[in-house]
Design a binder for this molecule. Structure first.
Ligand code: F6P
Length: 328
């Protein structure tokens, strides 16, 4: 079998661990493997390179993706799709592993309809993909946020300040809630749940009155407005409001792309490695249009359609717990 692997959408720490597992497991099983550069763009441009065992040496611990990534608009057009079919047939690729988010999986479905076997691996720091509890990169990103929170709290305490920290997640609040819960934030604002800035102002004023040395508020980047054109003003709007209402000294930090890089954690390497290996098992078993997830502490297989169409929800109990622990 000739297998292609690509990473698409936003890169995520741990993608390299998945690529390594895919390449080496495929070679172990006697397959040829091709690395497709820059996601679906590499298919259209015919930018695909044969991978051997050494080509994935020394990458387990590196963030980013050695195959690079892109969001390819041309692939969405009928002409782009016809070109993709030609290019894949030219090389004789018959199985593809697509690592990315739900946009990437929609692309995988298109390829599947053209007769190519496809398996998806969830890779996005946002952790917003349906069916799976975890996607590659989320754990590392949350740990990066925790590290930043620790540092910001040091300076916030020293100056008795309230600090607003904006985190990524597109239109989902999974990074924000997980970091708030484990990093001890005083409050967290996410797009999925209505928020009340007035009561947040009251809470922060009370924190000052009961001699809390600081308040840290996590704001998900998609809090206001269109998730497709995040303008990073959410946290400044929250900061300005709180500053006017409370008269306190407030600072805003946008963590931005810092959250996308860095060496992957044990957990991201583990799920990426298991998912990569399972992707080859599935292709060799003749499976197609499947997504590999990690739920209930083990690898699980889902129909790609189900993964794309299932909306993942935040756990309301976790949000409530952030408030209980911050205000008790
Ligand atoms: O989907 C991952 C993500 O990092 C989102 O959290 C963020 O909104 C977006 O990608 C940023 O995309 P880009 O790197 O294209 O600016």
């Amino acid at each position: 079998m000739k297998i292609g692997v690509l990473t698409s959408g936003g890169d995520a720490p741990g993608m390299n661990a998945a690529i390594r597992a895919i390449v080496r497991k495929a070679i172990f099983q006697g397959c040829e493997v091709y690395g497709i550069k820059r996601g679906f763009s590499g298919i259209l441009e015919g930018d695909m390179v044969k991978m051997d065992s050494l080509s994935v040496a020394d990458i387990l611990h590196r963030g980013g993706t050695i195959l690079q990534s892109a969001r390819c608009l041309e692939f969405k057009t009928p002409e782009g799709q016809a070109l993709a079919k030609d290019q894949l047939e030219k090389l004789g690729l018959n199985g593809l592993v697509i690592i990315g988010g739900d946009g990437s999986f929609r692309g995988a479905q298109v390829l599947n309809k053209m007769g190519f076997q496809t398996v998806g691996i969830p890779g996005t720091i946002d952790n917003d993909i349906g069916c799976t509890d975890y996607s590659i990169g989320f754990d590392t990103a949350v740990n990066t946020v925790l590290d930043a929170m620790n540092k910001i709290r040091d300076t916030a305490s020293s100056h008795n300040r309230t600090c607003i920290i904006e985190v990524m997640g597109k239109n989902a609040g999974f990074i924000a809630v997980s970091a708030a819960l484990t990093g001890g934030a005083e409050a967290v604002l996410v797009p999925e749940v209505p928020y009340d800035l007035e009561s947040l102002a009251t809470q922060i004023t009370k924190n000052v009155a009961r001699k809390k040395s600081h308040s840290v508020v996590l704001v998900a980047e998609g809090l206001f407005g269109d998730p497709n054109s995040i303008d990073h003003s959410s946290s400044f709007k929250v900061g300005n409001y709180l500053s006017l209402r409370t008269g306190l000294d407030i600072r805003v930090t946008i963590l931005g792309h810092l959250q996308r890089g860095g060496t992957p954690t044990f957990f991201d390497r583990k799920i990426a490695t298991l998912m990569g290996s399972k992707a080859i098992d599935l292709l060799l078993a003749g499976e197609t249009e499947k997504m590999i997830g990690y739920s209930e502490n083990r690898i699980q297989i889902y129909a790609m359609d189900e993964a794309i169409n299932t909306k993942k929800s935040l756990d309301p109990e976790q949000l409530e717990l952030v408030n209980i622990l911050a205000n008790a």
